[in-house]
Design a protein around this ligand. Sequence first.
Ligand code: GDD
Ligand code: MN
Length: 380
Amino acid sequence: MSPDTAPPDLTVIIPTYREEENIGAIVREVSRTLADHSIRGEILVVDDSSPDRTIPLVRDLERELPHVRLVVRSADPGLSQSVVEGFRNARGAVIQVIDADFSHPTTLIPEFFRKIHEGADVVIGSRYTAGGGIGEWPLSRRIISLGATALGRILFPEITDPVSGFFAVRREVVEGAPLQPRGYKILMEVLGKGRWTRAVEIPYTFTNRKEGASKLSFTTILAYAVQVADISAHAFSRREGPAWRELRKILRFALVGLSGIVVNTGILWALTERAGLYYLYSSAVAIETSIITNFLLNDFWTFGGESGHRMGRRIYRFLSFEAVSLGGLVVNMAVLFIGKEIFGIYYLVANLLGILAGFIWNYLVNRNVTWRSLPLDDTQ
Ligand code: GDD
Ligand code: MN
């Protein structure tokens, strides 16, 4: 059989490192799935010079199956780097990424492919949306995964699993994108720097690897935090794209918060010094006034126009904002108290941590409850 000359419709990238127990079976399974659904696809194995039998096994498969290709890397090893190398070598109009260890169900590949044909730019296999799940993970891995997901959702709130390793993209999304791969979270990089507007998710249940061991380590967590900061900086410098729209909300929300401090202080001063009111009465009025001005600025500016202009909805949002602000006060004071009493931190410093915690609380709850936005494709 001679290899097809026309480019395939789909490239399935399988990054591997020491996968001799899985690689033969996974390539055959993907191959069969593509054939069953009449998808003209190629399978691209990207290996980081595995010292085991992975490479010779794939060489054998290459001879047997015309649509299988192997790329062997010898420098700068890493999962994300390998996936990006895969992007560069892919010939398909659609690119799918899947693990070699059967953690991701290959039977879903045709569904990913179909979603792209239906107009999605990015299709994400999600463990955290209704119908998805994780296998029996140890508590430590659950916590790390949830933390990483939460951090990622700050920039991509509509995506429940922004660190998934199981996803598909239209090739234009990653073509020419300034991806800086590192660590495990290549999808975050794609979402942060790729060109896309429509993302959809497909629920799936993560299956623990049958053979071999997971290579996830603690340094990958640090690399991930650096990556999120880098994506934010990128979004800030470009001032476009989904991550920028979220970052802009965070910055506006922070500015509004600062304006609230000015309003609060000004009214406290004016009512006490000029109107001769008892300072705690002045403070109550000052606090409520700043909550109202903060609300109005956020409603018209920070989250401008996203949640509708009907008066009833606005009053509902205002009440929600009040309640969240009250919660923020409690968070602030709790951190102050715990910081001072338990960790012995100087109270003014502990209070700064409290303010930060209160800000994060206020932003996240208001963003996701008070101003819960419309689906991704309807914003802008
Ligand atoms: N080329 C290459 N180089 N491949 C690698 C490397 C590497 O340094 N490290 C891991 N891989 C391959 C593995 O062979 C496997 O096919 C896939 O990448 C995932 O590696 P695992 O070690 O099995 O990852 P995991 O199960 O801990 O992590 C999974 O969950 C993450 C989300 O929590 C993966 O699906 C990740 O992709 C995902 O981000
Ligand atoms: Mn795995």
